[in-house]
Design a protein around this ligand. Structure first.
Ligand code: PEP
Ligand code: MG
Length: 593
């Protein structure tokens, strides 16, 4: 069996890997390879009555670890070649260790004797690795390394520890990891981290969105990324072309440094647009707002000239913690963010966990389920856990005393869900007023995400019970085309320009117009200038996007003529072939820069 440790390879020169460019820009810096990481292992005694649950917790973590390795296995298989062969052997060995092996039995025995699962794994791994190392043979030395890697993977799943303490990395580091969760990405400070690249992950995953929001160049879905690379090696992440260059030559470095300088220059030029209005050449006013995932994005949103927050994702309140934030904590955070927007409207969305956005804070209340994207997520979870929803609504109402707030509900699929939340909102408001707490009067508008195909098709009925629509084209594309937005294996099939998606967008926009309620688009296409003409042509006048995208979209709006955009949109809507649609849009864009 071939092993990593057994290999003796010649020193490598520049090498290029191709993946999915998910966040634009260039990062050049020393690699920070995120692998084992020093995970804190808690150690305590488990009471007799709790042992069964502890074994269950261990088995669940092992199942998650197995799924992760299987995913990696498929990924390297698809790549083919020697990397696939070597990595395949290695991952198969890891999979074996994670299924009914001596390691697993050993851990279960230790738990049965009262050890907590993390400590049981740690001790069993040390014992096994030591017994291999004692054999003083290179083959077994490699096995000891495998055992440690499997152990770390298990412990990470048990402790739900993010891969790295990013704050400890040297300035300008480029993070390279197997996988980065949205919660991991939220921990990255763009002043410290230059960019990142991973083996797993799709273009519309929340990790990708987080990278774009933070302005961190990122490339995902790179098989073989972590083969033969050490922390400190110089790497380039080209988020535009979806390339990672390891150990670049002098010429390549010089070329990329030049591009980096050009990007900086362009940024400075675009910054001049911040104070100009978003008006088309023929005088149509367009409202450009910001999607905000983290409190620290309020300042960039304002600096970019956002006229409000069109989507405040509240998941950050629940990330990287093990408890649920209370009403006071949520209210304080939201109030500060609303205050930060200085009188501009902030659209706060209730918790949208589930799918690829699971949060530790909710523990068993939000489990992955057999089919997480279709399971107990978003508004479904909120309505099932009324206390969670009431706390969030109370916090939002309290923030509404500080400035204009709108309340937005994710994953709505039926009129009754909206009615149920409106009822609860009324109750929560009355309770606050009785407590003498100041809230907005009248109550904030209550709107819904249109991101489930069924909701788009029922947009007429939903418009009658909603105060506004926000079109979530990320999920709308995912659910209409049955393409997991976070899975790099089907990323090439993910297409918001598919005629089915466009028809749902058009129908929802028209339903909102008929009901005279505001409608915005806050999916990722809103922040991509390629789509601006089409969205305006379909009648959309409000767009919400990551703050970093705002200047480029504004420049596009200011170059456009709404009548010719509407004409091109009509032509596009008559097409049934998505390639033809893309061609018609790109041709229009090129002719009207
Ligand atoms: C969407 O689905 O388009 C959206 C904006 O919501 P999120 O990306 O948070 O799922
Ligand atoms: Mg969504």
């Amino acid at each position: 069996m071939k092993t990593k440790a057994g290999d003796k390879r010649p020193a490598r020169r520049e090498r290029e890997l191709v993946g999915l460019g998910v966040a634009p820009g260039i990062a050049i810096g020393p690699a920070a390879v995120s692998e084992s990481g020093a995970v804190q292992v808690p150690e305590y005694t488990v009471a007799k009555g709790a042992i069964e649950d502890e074994i269950k917790r261990f088995n669940e973590a092992a199942e998650r670890a197995r799924r992760q390795v299987q995913k990696l296995r498929r990924k390297v298989d698809a790549q083919g070649g020697t990397v696939a062969e070597e990595m395949g052997y290695l991952l198969d060995a890891h999979l074996q260790m994670l299924s009914g092996s001596r390691l697993m039995r050993g851990v279960e025995q230790r738990i049965a004797h009262g050890s907590n699962a993390e400590a049981a794994v740690q001790h069993e791994i040390s014992a096994l690795a030591q017994s291999f190392a004692d054999l003083d043979d290179t083959y077994f030395a490699a096995r000891a390394q495998d055992v440690r890697e499997v152990g770390t993977r298990l412990i990470r799943h048990l402790t739900k520890t993010p891969y790295q303490a990013f704050s400890m990395l040297p300035e300008g580091s480029v993070v390279l990891a197997e996988e980065i969760s949205p919660a991991d990405a939220a921990l990255m400070d763009p002043r410290r981290i230059a960019g990142f690249a991973t083996v797993l992950g799709g273009a519309e995953s929340h990790t990708a969105i987080m990278a774009r929001s933070l302005g961190l160049p990122a490339v995902l879905g790179l098989a073989g990324l972590l083969e033969d690379i050490k922390t400190g090696t110089t790497v380039i992440v080209d988020g535009d072309a979806g390339r990672v260059i390891v150990e670049p030559s002098r010429q390549t470095l010089a070329r990329y440094r030049k591009r980096l300088a050009a990007i900086q220059h362009e940024k400075t030029k675009l910054a001049g647009l911040a104070s100009l209005p978003a008006v088309t050449r023929d005088g149509t006013r367009v409202t450009l707002m910001a999607n905000v995932d983290l409190p620290r994005e309020i300042e960039p949103a304002r600096a970019a000239g956002a006229e409000g927050v069109g989507l405040l994702r509240t998941e950050f309140l629940f990330m990287n913690r093990k408890d649920v934030p209370g009403e006071d904590e949520q209210a304080a955070m939201l109030t500060e963010m609303v205050g930060g927007m200085d009188g501009r409207t902030v659209t706060v969305r209730t918790l949208d966990v589930g799918g690829d956005k699971l949060t530790d804070a909710l523990g068993d209340r939000a489990t992955a389920g057999a089919n997480p994207a279709l399971g107990l997520r978003a508004i479904r979870l909120s309505l099932r856990q009324p206390a969670l929803l009431e706390t969030q609504l109370a916090a939002m109402l309290r923030a509404s005393a500080r400035g204009p707030v709108r309340i937005l509900l994710p994953m709505i699929s039926s009129v009754t869900q909206v009615q149920a939340v409106r009822h609860i909102l009324g109750q929560v408001a009355r309770r606050l007023v009785r407590r003498g707490v100041e809230i907005a009067d009248p109550l904030p508008p209550l709107g819904i995400m249109i991101e489930v195909p069924g909701a788009a098709l029922a947009a007429d009925a939903l418009a009658r019970v909603s105060d506004f629509f926000a079109l979530g084209t990320n999920d709308l594309t995912q659910y209409t085309l049955a393409i997991d937005r976070g899975d790099e294996q089907v990323a090439d099939l993910y297409n918001p320009l598919h005629p089915a998606v466009l028809r749902l967008v058009q129908f929802s926009v028209e339903a909102a117009a008929r009901a005279r309620i505001p409608v915005s688009v806050c999916g990722e296409i809103a922040g991509d200038p390629r789509f601006t003409a089409l969205l305006l042509g379909l009648g959309v006048r409000e767009l919400s996007m990551g703050p970093a995208n705002l200047p480029r979209v504004k420049r596009r709006v200011r170059h456009l003529d709404t009548k010719s955009a509407a004409k091109r949109a009509r032509e596009i809507m008559q097409q049934s072939d998505d390639n033809r649609i893309a061609a018609l849009l790109d041709e229009f864009n090129q002719a009207s820069v």
